[in-house]
Design a protein around this ligand. Structure first.
Ligand SMILES: [Fe+2]
Length: 282
């Protein structure tokens, strides 16, 4: 088999074929890693992985992150099982976001392995924050590079309250995290417009919520322009992995009558660096 890379859109995303994730040589992993940096989100079809196989593949990317609010599978705590039952109205991840922006060291990558999916619907969409930054005017780039976002895990939201009920012993109050709005990718060194929708990104440091929110909404609308996006259509056995340092993603909630089960692993990330931190270090 030879590894083949097929782009998913003109901007981001690629499907990798000709590869078995259970038996990946070092040179194949290097090629996959290069494709990850080039395309930001990858998918692999028809993979037959046990939880141990998925964990072994995840460990090649870095250290596995323990989610502070979600419990893992009983025998494989590294894996969070995301289940949406037919008819359920729990919209997990059904809004544009980047994982864990509410922590000082957000997840580098997130991996989903599709176990059970609807016959149609339930795709995940991705948007390139690198393309979003590149498309800003010079004036807006200069202004954005001076801003820091204030991000909070909203423990008052209905979703957080539900989680707190399920996991009574877990600490649900999070410290806020601030990040540069223009984040430099630690590997590609490309700037990205690192922003989440409300309610996670509440405001810019040194500005009020009233002042910040129109601008946050503007950046989010700009970053999710259709030409900056791609989507993964899942089938059982599809594994997707994406780079949270330069992407937003959203799970589409368009399959009310079906069950969907995904196995998620997140890979630990670094503290964020801004464009000015990079200039200061040079
Ligand atoms: Fe997510």
């Amino acid at each position: 088999m030879t590894l083949k890379i097929t782009p998913l859109s003109g901007t981001i995303g690629a499907e990798i074929s000709g590869i078995d994730l259970r038996n990946l040589s070092n040179s194949e992993f290097d090629a996959v890693h290069r494709a990850f940096l080039d395309h930001a989100v990858l998918c692999f079809r028809d993979q037959d992985l046990t939880p141990d196989d998925q964990i072994a593949f995840a460990r090649r990317w870095g250290e596995i992150h323990d989610h502070p609010y979600l419990n893992g599978l009983p025998d494989h705590p590294e894996i969070i099982e995301i289940v949406k039952e037919a008819g359920e109205r729990n919209r997990f991840g059904a809004y544009w976001h980047t994982d864990q922006i509410f922590t000082p060291t957000p997840a580098m990558a997130t991996m989903l392995y599709a176990k059970e999916v609807p016959p149609v619907g339930g795709d995940t969409m991705f948007a390139s924050l690198t393309s979003a930054y590149d498309a800003l005017s010079d004036g807006m780039k200069a202004m954005a590079s001076r801003l820091r976002t204030f991000n909070l895990y909203d423990k008052q939201s209905p979703r957080s309250k539900r989680m707190a009920e399920k996991i009574p012993n877990r600490e649900t109050a999070a410290e806020p995290a601030t990040h540069p709005l223009v984040r430099i990718h630690p590997e590609t060194k490309k700037p990205a417009l690192y922003v989440n929708g409300m309610p996670t990104t509440t405001h810019f440091v040194g500005m009020t919520q009233d002042e910040s929110q129109p601008l946050i909404r503007h950046f989010l609308k700009h970053a999710t322009r259709p030409e900056f996006t791609c989507r993964i259509r899942w089938s059982p056995g599809t594994l997707g992995i994406w780079d949270n340092r330069c992407l937003l993603h959203m799970a589409l909630d368009d399959y009310p009558d079906y069950r969907r089960v995904m196995h998620r692993i997140t890979i630990k990330g670094d503290a964020t660096i801004g464009i000015h931190d990079l200039e200061a270090a040079e």
